[in-house]
Design a binder for this molecule. Structure first.
Ligand code: T1G
Length: 693
């Protein structure tokens, strides 16, 4: 018998328990164990019904994603599902944890499903650039109807057990701590009442009403066009659900299989499966084990109640952690507190949080203009001006106020944590925690490890990140750390190209078509040219636009003109003239560039900068750079991030194009040695490790 299968019979019920940590993913071993258990129960004269359950923390959490792209060994998942459906005895799925993807598809092949109240079920394959390839697109609509299935499968969002019960996905909720016993009792009842063997595939009461209803699907497509832009899987899912509604079951299954295999072979799904694992890799720090000690953080201090400080504070208020919020004066402090309140009230109005959550969270703020109020905090995050002298002054004071063992973090976006730490007598307690604006929304948190940062200070920040719903990426000290550093070259080249005569609108279109939400010039108009241009003491297009009263969308337009609803009405002739004047003053040679050249000029230097970040040991691994750009700059997830995308483009092609640029534009484009090395060796940036710092 498979060593991950436990088989027993209680009363008249066979119980097949599969235990394959960490999440009972439907690997070859798990698939074999399920087939063995069901086959044995089917042949067992003592068994009149079967319960399929899992050990550990969850029911099957889906196909084993690490097996994709490799040769799939039998029994395939389809073999497993056929074995279950062919069973002549009632099969009951006993669900706890997260029955996801193939796990839910397996449960839908059982005749009945029971779940504990804390369980969740869902079909999240779309997040992998896939679709439920084991009947999920054909069976789920037969239970919940086409409209609900469209929402659930194209969003990939799981539903709770109660909603699963109400929609018929599960037949009963059972005791949170008595799943095994209650599932056996449920099965026994089926035997005693000679309950029918219900197969989901035979049900059509929920779909026949939508047969031929093309409007339902076309309207769904229209309503989600923006959200699905650039992704392949959502449209394939819609097609599968249309097939479920309009075709006999087996034909629908064939349609699903064909579209699934198409997605499985796509670059987009390869990128999204890569991101799934890359995202989980970021938490792994070679010299700090996962179970390393962490410091207890019961109260957080935030210095600065401006946009960043307020947003940072909200992350902790959201999880019920009290925050001591410090500002220099009462007026700034109250302004900061009221902005936080305003944010929560907006969220409550939108139904994102419950109305009484607003007060609950606001009461956790202890506002003060006196830094000594930070004495009892366990972690202090400084979010004051990006000026080293001010940060050193703040940390010098903090050193004398914060309790022993408190972690002192700076939200600096590029300054040296080592230099800031030197302003204290406890550099081991000093780290960076770089949030991305808006800090209560953007999922990236760069944890910056100084040369002297203690391991438990770093592991505390990495652990806290997950608790506040952030993806933490570890960075060493370096200019702009990871995301800002590599993405800043995209802005540099965009600005350079417009001075060469390339239209800002063409650049924005190319970057938008690549998959970013908007291009660099639209972004600058949105953020505000006074913000963008404020640090430059040289004459730039941005500074000249500001001088001309063009601050962007918020005032007077920017690169584009806007109507009263802030809808762009086209490139501004004023902006184009400013560009021409600045270019003429600098004597910039004018040239044309096609879309391919624009994309290469903007993104290949990003790849090159990523290779430098790796070679300097600022990032632990290439895939961390990808996660930082996806979570911090919305790099389209179906491209996998700059490193993975470069591997897909071909490092050799990138190197030769960079050399072309270098000849014309200078050594800033010289290919990084690591990039050249990997190109020569056939290595991959996405798999490269950072130099050990
Ligand atoms: N396959 C392989 N490994 C997986 C896995 C999976 N499906 N799910 C998780 N892991 C690993 C993960 O890499 C990590 O490994 C460890 O388990 C803990 O995961 C045919 C085609 C279940 C909600 O998309 O959403 O079925 O880093 O850190 O935060 O239609 O894992 O420890 O070495 O995420 O508690 C569909 C994906 C697959 C579910 C648990 N299923 N997993 O979250 O732990 S495609 C999914 C999750 C499919 C069929 C289709 C989450 C979780 P390591 P974790 P967690």
């Amino acid at each position: 018998m498979s060593e991950i299968l436990n088989y027993s019979v209680e009363n008249d019920v066979a119980v097949a328990t599969i235990d394959s940590p960490p999440v009972n993913a439907l690997s070859h071993a798990v698939r074999s164990a399920v087939v063995e258990g069901v086959t044995r129960a089917g042949a067992d004269p003592k068994a009149k019904a079967v319960v399929i359950r899992c050990g550990g923390r969850t029911f099957f959490a889906g196909a084993d994603i690490s097996e994709f792209g490799k040769e799939i060994r039998t029994p395939t998942l389809h073999d497993v599902l056929e074995a279950i459906e062919a069973c002549a005895k009632p099969v009951v799925a006993a669900i706890h944890g997260t029955a996801l993807g193939g796990g839910l598809e397996l449960a839908l092949c059982c005749h009945y499903r029971v779940a504990v109240p804390s369980a969740k079920v869902g079909l999240p394959e779309v997040a992998l650039g896939l679709l439920p390839g084991a009947g999920g697109t054909q069976r789920l609509p037969r239970i919940v109807g086409a409209a609900a299935a469209l929402d659930m499968i194209t969003s990939g969002k799981p539903i709770g057990a109660q909603q699963a019960l109400e929609t018929g996905v599960v037949d009963a909720l059972v005791g949170e701590t008595s799943l095994r016993a209650d599932a056996i009792a449920f099965a026994q009842k089926l035997i005693d009442t000679k309950a029918p063997l219900k197969r989901v595939r035979d049900r059509d009461e929920k779909i026949k009403a939508d047969r031929g209803n093309t409007k339902l699907f076309d309207e769904f497509r229209k309503a989600h066009a923006r959200e699905f832009r650039g992704f392949k899987a959502p449209e394939s899912i819609i097609k599968c659900i249309e097939a479920a509604v309009n075709l006999p079951f087996n034909e629908g299954m064939k349609r699903e299989r064909d579209l699934f295999l198409e997605l499985l072979a796509s670059k987009e799904s390869a990128a999204q499966r890569y991101v799934f694992f890359a995202e989980r890799q970021t938490a792994k720090i070679p010299d700090i084990p996962a179970d390393a000690p962490v410091r207890d953080v019961k109260r957080v201090g935030v210095i600065g109640a401006g946009t960043m400080g307020g947003g940072i504070a909200m992350n902790f208020l959201n999880i019920g952690v009290p925050v001591t919020l410090i500002e220099q004066n009462e007026e700034a402090l109250q302004r900061g507190v009221s902005v936080i309140r305003g944010n929560y009230e907006t969220s409550a109005k939108k139904g994102k949080i419950k109305p009484d959550d607003v007060e609950k969270r606001m009461q956790l703020i202890a506002p003060s203009t006196d830094m000594s109020a930070l004495a009892q905090t366990d972690l202090v995050i400084e979010a004051v001006y990006e000026t080293m002298s001010i940060k050193k002054e703040v940390f010098g004071k903090l050193d004398g106020i914060a309790r022993k063992g408190a972690i002192l973090a700076s939200n600096t976006s590029y300054l040296s944590i080592d230099e800031i730490a030197a302003a204290t007598t406890r550099p081991e307690d000093v780290i960076g925690m770089h949030f991305f604006s808006p800090a209560n929304v953007m999922p990236l948190l760069e944890v910056v490890r100084g040369r002297k940062s203690a391991k438990d200070a770093v592991s505390t920040a990495m652990t806290l990140a997950k608790k506040i719903g952030k993806t933490a990426v570890l960075s060493r000290v370096g200019p702009g750390f990871i995301a800002n550093r590599v993405m800043s070259v995209r802005g540099r080249e965009a600005n350079a190209m417009v001075l060469e005569g390339v239209s800002p609108a063409d650049i924005d279109r190319v970057i938008y078509d690549y998959g970013f939400a908007m291009g660099p010039f639209q972004m600058m108009d949105l953020v505000g040219l006074d913000v963008i241009g404020r640090d430059s003491n040289v004459k730039t297009v941005a500074s000249e636009l500001v001088r001309a009263g063009r601050l962007g969308q918020k005032k007077g337009g920017g690169y584009y003109d806007y109507d009263e609803n802030r809808k762009p009405t086209g490139l501004s002739p004023v902006a184009l003239k400013i560009i021409r004047d600045v270019a003429a003053e600098r004597g910039v040679p004018q040239r044309r560039a096609d879309d391919a050249e624009i994309l290469a000029r903007l993104l290949y230097p990003v790849v090159n900068e990523g290779a430098k970040v790796l070679a300097e040991g600022v990032a632990l691994r290439g895939s961390d750079i990808d996660i930082a750009c996806i979570k911090g700059y919305n790099w389209p997830v179906y491209r996998g991030g700059p490193m993975h995308w470069a591997d897909a483009v071909g490092l050799g092609d990138i190197v030769s194009k960079l050399k072309e640029f270098e000849k014309r534009l200078g050594e800033a484009f010289a290919p990084a040695p690591l990039l050249e090395k990997l190109a020569k060796e056939g290595g991959r940036l996405g798999a490269a490790q950072g130099a050990s710092a």
